[in-house]
Write a new protein. Sequence first.
Lengths: 353, 286, 277
Amino acid sequence: MAAVELEAVTKRFDNFVAVDNIDLEISDGEFFSLLGPSGCGKTTTLRMIAGFEFPTAGRLSIGGREIGLDPPNKRPVNTVFQNYALFPHMNVLENVMFGLLMQKVPKDQARDAAAKAINSVKLEALLNRKPNQLSGGQQQRVALARALVNEPKVLLLDEPLGALDLKLRQEMQSELKSLHSEVGITFVYVTHDQEEALTMSDRIGVMSEGKLLQVDDPTRIYEHPAKRFVADFIGEINLIEGSVDSSGTVRLGDEVIACASPAPSGSQSVTIALRPESIDLTVENERIGGAMNQIPGIVARRTYFGDSHSYDIETSGGTLSIRRDNRPLNTIFDPGQPVTVSWHPDASNLLED
Amino acid sequence: MTSLDHAAAHSQARKGRLLATPAGLYIVLFFIVPLLIILAYSFATRTATGRTELSGWNLESYDKLFTGLVMRTVWRSFWMAAVTTVMCLIVAYPFAYYLATRAAKVRNVLLVLVMIPFWTNGLIRIFAIRFMLGSDGPISQASESLGFGEFRILFTPTAVVLGMLYSFLTFMILPLYVAIERMDWKLVEAARDLYADGFTAFRKVTLPLTKSGIIAGSILVFVPSFGSYVVPEILGGAKTLLLGSYIARQFGQARNFPFGAALSVVLIVAMLIAVVINQRTEASEL
Amino acid sequence: MSQTLRTGKWIDRFLRLNAWLIFAFFYIPIFVLVIFSFNGSSRVTVWGGFSTRWYPAVFENQQILSALKNSLIVAGISTVVSTILGTSVAIAIDRYRFKGRKALDGAIYLPVIIPDVTMAVMMLAFFAQVFRLIDSFGPRFQLGIYTIAISHIAFNISFVAVVVKARLGQLDPSLEEAARDLYASGWLAFRRVTLPLILPGVLAGALLALALSLDDVVISGFVNGSGGTTLPVYVFGAIRRGVSPELNAISTLMLLASTVLVLTSLFLQRDPKSKQP
């Protein structure tokens, strides 16, 4: 059963379309991320699920029940806010107890449950602290405990790690992931950080300008992006224009290349997406076996990155950026040197705009 | 079928209206309606017995505005309010600048010291000035014992301006302080880095960036000074009749409400112009 | 932050001198007034030794006592009413979108900036007109302390609303959303989260209203009728008759009262973020 289901959901603010006709099903127990740049509509989508905004059109169901105009307090979801939104006039325990008390759970029971939740995020020593006496990471944990103690059907997280520094963020990422498998609650996670989405999620929905462009697991999102925007937004990528003839053969400059999927019929040009690290570089005319695509090129520029080198290679089809790890036996190429560029057909994806 | 967000916005709007209605109604009934009544009075007729008849609408009261005595009074009020405003600006700007550049702890103490006289009873503060300036007051006594003779300033325009300065100076200090305090000092540093000397950096960067404070403060000083009543009544003499007292007189001994109302419209117009100027500058800063 | 980069040495000296002169200007007249309220001589300006003789006289003056009573009644009523109305309208403007919101937001500032005299004659004309209307139906009304209270509420609503709005502006709107998200109804979210957090602002607004009401002389003087004399109106009349040692004593007491109000208000309006554990 779907934990959250959006059917043709649109949200308009005056004349601005924030969310544009989205269909989405998030399954029970899933860690689902909404990924996109700021202003893409991901937070608005989350706020509609939470009940802070209401759709202009379409239907929204939680746990199989259409929720319509239910206010936030009548929805089986809880939110971890971007800035945590901890109540500054209450201590940690009171913050975590708040939701239970509002649901008329007896005070003793609420206290026990809250204490347990606080234990599970390792803050038992700070029960009586006020939020402004906590570090960012600690506030983050209180926000998590405050939401999870209510055992919601769905936990909504709005860029919860955005305010933390890199090291703490990485720590919290793995903690969130293990917390998710422990509690078995559906997580809907909004982020603009592609790495966060790739490392944590079961599935990712990539959004841009209110539209949901692709929903897939992290591997497919990264390795087989369906749209130009998805490919460009996530990681580094070469986007090059190829030509298609009437037989459906794809050419990059003068060279015929094989791709992961056939070119759409009737098109004369296609965008080919190639990750820099999936391309291999060898000396000129050194042919490698297998069904690899191979085209000649000349080194235009080399940049040192410590663990790797990046090369710009000029080919008849355009300039390709290539990333090579620095291993002891790897050849280093010099600018001006003729080389052969090769990659597996599966690594070259044809994109829709 | 109305969409969900329309329905939600609708119920929000209903709650908002419910909360706003009591105060809104109160302000309409006990502020906007009185404002309109004054407007109506200014076109009304005064009977021989001093009653105001809301009929026979005419512009007589406005005609009277252009007689010599009235023009002189309005001009005097305007001029004294302008002098007060400029003097407030001249002393308050360096003061606000001083406040804003102190360390946080010192600044908070100084702010409290500014706020105390601001909140203390205004009438009493003017009385204190009256007491100081009196012909046998402390200043005069000191001056006499030093052989400079009696200190005669009370009941002169100077005393009135001094009193208005005393009453309204804080209205100038606070907005200036807020404007200077929230200014990004890096911009001044950038100007210095780009070869501006201290004075040029101040003139080209600090001053324009604190314009909103200058305008807000000037309005907050000018409007109440222009219509001030208590200060000239206590510190002014027969030769310093100001608009505020003149209006009060029409509603008092003179019993000429329509004329008093027309005089009030002058003040109301000045106030509205000030509000519009303030909103324009605020809007242009966003 | 280095002071030296912002201001040179001489400029800094000038700024400091200017600041001390302003503080002197603010405080010396008040201190002199207070000192002379303890003057034993009945000639106001001639020092005749320390004495507290003028203070008992203040409390034996029936006119002063009745004026004080009137002032307290008016201030009490206008503070309570304007705090409730001003707070709710501030919340409405800050948190809700409805038709007429912008107009209301603009109108709410007018009573703040309008000169006292204008407001006073407006209210006088208004009551004159309303009484004429009511009189034609039979009952007769007269100006009194209730007309003062009505007028004070009219401007105090605005002052309270402005102060509370400033406080609401500092409040993270997601706090109320968090409360709703944690199963609080709209009322409970307000009661348990928003209200406690804006309470300092509400109290500060109430104190401002109280101070303004106790301070007002012009409007009260116009709409008081007979028997509705408030303390400032009495004092204003007395000042116009000339200075007297008794007047210095009342003034000192009033200064004391308003200073207590200010300090309380400033204490309440401290930035919540700067509050240390």
